[in-house]
Design a protein around this ligand. Structure first.
Ligand code: NAX
Length: 324
């Protein structure tokens, strides 16, 4: 058996966690030979549901699940973990503005950032709870964990965009490469078709309907979450869980040649982003360290979208500046 991996999941009684936890326990993420120790964090009123999740885990008899612990203390949940999925947060209530949500959820990530100091030195943190880019900024600003171990989840946006482009071109998702999604996990994100390839050819040579790309594809990716909520009566859960696990896997494995993946990470100023902002970029990993893919070009139309989402993240940072 390989060395065990310790994984914390917050919001463990919630919808996304309900899909993510069983995959983590089953060996689907870290492999069939790697024992998994799960640490589940919830708020005290949700501990009963968390215990039910633990009962179901027992009932699955997963050979790879070495232990599972439930707690309402972040310091306990994060002690010694190699991976932390920060999913738990309050959903947006009726009439709540984005800024209100940021103020409600921001303090959660102050405490969790500090508690992450107890994690293993190789910990990788993925922030899913919204607004995830700014929550990630708050967590990393309140933690001694190196900032390159943090990422916020843009993977669902990337996965959604990939499928829409594959469907339009009549190819499989494997044929769509070099797809970037810039900026924020919000409806101002910029899914970039200009740099993408289909079967190795520039996407815009294969999908020549520019009006569709600009006026249907981009807004459809931006608003996909709202469309799912309308149809399902709740926000994306299984696809959110898969995206969070894809995110972890992509950072932990060498990126295939000629491609990249997408996550929001702390900017070092690439593409004119303010250093320090947590911004969605195309990335490559060697399995240990990651780097932003540099040198991509953008039309003036694309650059305007990029600047728009950059400004949104600057505004979010302003709203939480006392938490940083
Ligand atoms: P749920 O409301 O089903 O679950 C959230 C859970 O978090 C609840 O059980 C709650 O008790 C728990 N929680 C609240 N505060 C906590 C704290 N301080 N510590 C630990 N747990 C805490 O929401 P779910 O559908 O699972 O979504 C979770 C988050 O993911 C939401 O913020 C949602 O907006 C966000 N999403 C982010 C996505 C992304 O692409 N980045 C996409 C999917 C999703 O919308």
């Amino acid at each position: 058996m390989a060395d065990p991996v310790r994984v914390a999941v917050t919001g463990a009684a919630g919808q996304i966690a309900y899909s993510a936890i069983f995959r983590l326990a089953s060996g689907a993420v870290f492999g069939p030979d790697r024992p998994v120790h799960l640490k589940l964090l919830e708020i005290t009123p949700a501990m009963k549901v968390c215990e039910a999740v633990m009962m179901e885990l027992d009932d699955c008899a997963f050979p790879t699940l070495a232990s599972v612990e439930g707690t309402d203390q972040a310091e306990v949940a994060f002690d010694g973990v190699n991976a932390a999925l920060l999913i738990g947060s309050r959903p947006r209530g009726p009439g709540m503005e984005r800024a209100d949500l940021i103020r409600v959820n921001g303090p959660i990530f102050v405490g969790q950032g500090k508690a992450l100091n107890r994690a293993a030195s190789d910990v990788r943190v993925v922030v899913v709870g919204n607004p995830c880019n700014t929550n990630c900024l708050i967590a990393m600003s309140n933690s001694d964990v190196p900032k390159d171990r943090f990422g916020a989840m843009m993977r669902l946006d990337y996965n959604r965009a990939k499928t829409m482009l594959a469907n339009k071109a009549g190819v499989t998702v494997n044929d769509v490469t070099r797809l970037a999604v810039w900026g924020n996990h919000s409806n101002n994100q910029y899914p970039d078709f200009e740099n993408a390839l289909i079967k190795g050819r520039p996407l815009t040579e294969v999908i020549t309907d520019e009006a569709w790309l600009k006026d249907t594809f981009v807004p459809d990716v931006q608003n996909r979450g709202a469309v799912v909520i309308k149809a399902r009566g709740a926000s994306s859960a299984a696809s959110g869980a898969i995206a969070a696990l894809d995110h972890l896997v992509s950072f932990g494995a060498p990126t295939p040649a000629d491609d990249w993946f997408v996550a929001a990470v702390q900017s070092a100023g690439q593409y004119g982003v303010d250093p320090g902002l947590v911004f969605g970029y195309p990335l490559r990993s060697d399995g240990e360290r990651w780097e932003v893919v540099e040198g991509l070009s953008m039309s003036s139309w694309g650059r305007a979208k990029f600047e728009n989402v950059l400004n949104e993240l600057r505004q979010e940072r302003e709203v939480v500046k006392d938490l940083l």
